[in-house]
Write a protein that binds this ligand. Structure first.
Ligand SMILES: [Zn+2]
Length: 342
């Protein structure tokens, strides 16, 4: 019998004795007491670096989109369901995260998108962003720039509180004029009314401090707008560049890491122009795969940081490992050599 087997055997015998003692109604050692199951969770923020930029992902927490055929318009319910179950995901409940990055560029503290805020339109779980920012040590008043990928409720809903007061009092808002004009216009009855109501509620209080970026414009140091229309007419993705390294925040270029990555030509029901959205999606996914540029995706599994590779007609998403400690550790700065005595 090896030492390991011996110690395992003794432990088992010991445990048997403890169980017997417990059965006999005897008190057991506190070390073996039953522990209550805890309901606390891992932090709702996660940090990583893109060279000199620090990225803090902050969660507004996920919401359920439900059975896929309501939102993913092709190929069929069965094919979508099988793609999900083949990837160990529920075929009857598609869940979308809400991963909002805060990027500290050294010059600016920039929040991208703001979650659902006080709206419970997509269920009761959402609206945690303010709490997540607080736990990450980020005060809303420190955010000097708020960048909006598009004006849908799950991206602009957290700009104001329930009374319509600005939650980011010192932020300049950067967004596309096309999305601002489209979603704050309440004259067109064909538009989803709830979306217009929430866009007006969240965007109009910032009207005097909104700046519209142009396609290709580096509107903040290291942050460039790249037009990706289709999901909405002004939907934009953002290239974050630091010391020659790029990282792209892709907003809602794709809503799902399997369905709209492996089959990027599936049309999504909530796109303003689904065919244009497919063209934007394929164009940028091709670019990320060819150039190996990492992405941050708003709706992908937490924290939404990873890579895309080409796979047949479509692509595959590869989540980047979460780095709790850098391995190998950074070398320590060399110690000062003592001056030689003469
Ligand atoms: Zn979205």
């Amino acid at each position: 019998m090896t030492d390991i087997m011996m110690s395992r055997r003794s432990a088992l015998l010991g445990m048997g004795a403890m169980a017997a003692a417990a059965t006999a109604g005897l008190h057991t050692s506190a070390a073996f007491a039953k522990a209550p199951q805890l309901n606390t969770q891992v932090p709702f923020f996660y940090r990583f670096k893109n060279r000199a930029m620090q990225v803090t992902m902050d969660s507004d927490v996920p919401w359920p989109l439900g059975e896929p055929s309501g939102a993913f318009l092709r190929p069929t319910k069965d094919v979508n369901g099988k793609m999900l179950s083949d990837n160990f995901l529920s075929p009857t409940n598609v869940v979308l995260e809400q991963n909002a990055p805060v990027v500290n560029t050294g010059k600016n503290l920039v929040l991208f998108d703001t979650g659902m805020g006080t709206s419970k339109m997509f269920g009761p779980t959402t609206g945690r962003l303010q709490q997540s920012l607080k736990e990450a040590g980020i005060r809303p008043a420190q955010i000097d720039s708020l960048v909006i990928s598009h004006a849908h409720i799950d991206h602009i809903g957290g700009m104001v509180d329930a009374k319509g007061k600005r939650l980011f009092p010192n932020a300049t808002v950067y967004m596309s004029q096309a999305d601002f004009d489209f979603w704050t216009d309440d004259k067109d009855p064909k538009k989803a009314k709830d979306f217009v109501v929430h866009a007006r509620k969240n965007l109009l209080p910032y009207r005097d401090r909104i700046k519209f970026f142009k396609d290709g414009e580096e509107f903040l140091s290291g942050i460039t707008a790249m037009s990706a229309p289709g999901h909405t007419i002004g939907h934009t993705v953002f290239m974050l560049s630091s010391e020659g390294k790029q990282l792209c925040f892709i907003g809602d270029l794709t809503h799902h890491q399997v369905l709209l990555v492996e089959r990027p030509r599936i049309e999504f029901a909530y796109d303003t122009d689904p065919k244009q959205a497919v063209a934007s999606r394929v164009k940028y996914l091709e670019m990320f795969a060819a150039s190996r540029i990492p992405v941050i995706a708003y709706h992908f599994p937490w924290p939404g940081h990873g890579y895309l590779s080409k796979h047949g007609d479509g692509f595959r998403y590869h989540a980047a490992p979460m780095e709790i400690v850098t391995i190998p550790p950074k070398p320590e700065a060399p110690k000062a050599t003592p001056a030689k005595k003469g």
